[in-house]
Design a protein around this ligand. Sequence first.
Ligand code: ATP
Length: 250
Amino acid sequence: MADDLEITGLHCGYDGKPAIENVSMVVENGSLTALLGANGAGKSTLMKAVAGLITPYSGEVRFGGEVVTGWSARRHVEVGISYVPEGRAIARALTVRENLLLGGITRSKQDNASRMDLVLSLFPEIAERLASPAWQLSGGQQQMLAIGRSLMSGPRLLLLDEPSLGLAPLLVNRVFERLEELRKSDLTILLVEQNYWMTMKIANSAYFMRNGRIVGHKRADEMRSAEGQEDILAAYLGHGAETANAARSS
Ligand code: ATP
């Protein structure tokens, strides 16, 4: 229960139109849970609703047993829910150090100093670039900075939206290595990804989303089995589990 994220019957959208419907899921305390799905499936909408950036039409989000639905985005940050949006959203004109300190703006100087040490040991690539403006960093380094800035706020729940987006394969590997390190801490992580194979290696479990709905959930061991992968493919393609079962028995 501690820092579990529990989403129940969530309906959300824009201008009164639905983007996600009846979404229920649980992200267990200390787990790295993935949310996979094609473009437009509704993954970012779900993340924004959990971060308090959009207000759901109905349904409930609980974090650590407390209902947070309808709270302001600021209050979400105060209880330790931190969102790293798709596309990184760092302050490009500010230095790496300034970006990190912005992330810790609500924390004490002492807190910031120890968090900065932790972030820089996790991401040595950016430790070497503290005085450089953020725009000079490579795509992978900018992604590490965005995650590092989020960690500066001392989150209990990290919402990571497509950290591999637009990165060369080598940099994707590096970012995923660091996510695996983070998974070993007691942070609760919800990771949106389209990179199924990389995600499968580090996630404890994954939910699959299509057309605004959750269409499947698999534990890590199931994701790695041939049978589990057939189900996932079927869910992605929209044929449902029956198709996968039929394919297996033929
Ligand atoms: P992607 O992987 O491309 O980011 P996604 O799975 O994160 O996709 P969302 O961005 O949540 O999907 O989009 C879900 C639906 O909501 C889509 O139909 C999209 O067009 C719509 N949508 C997203 N943002 C807005 C917005 N600001 N205003 C109106 N409609 C939106």
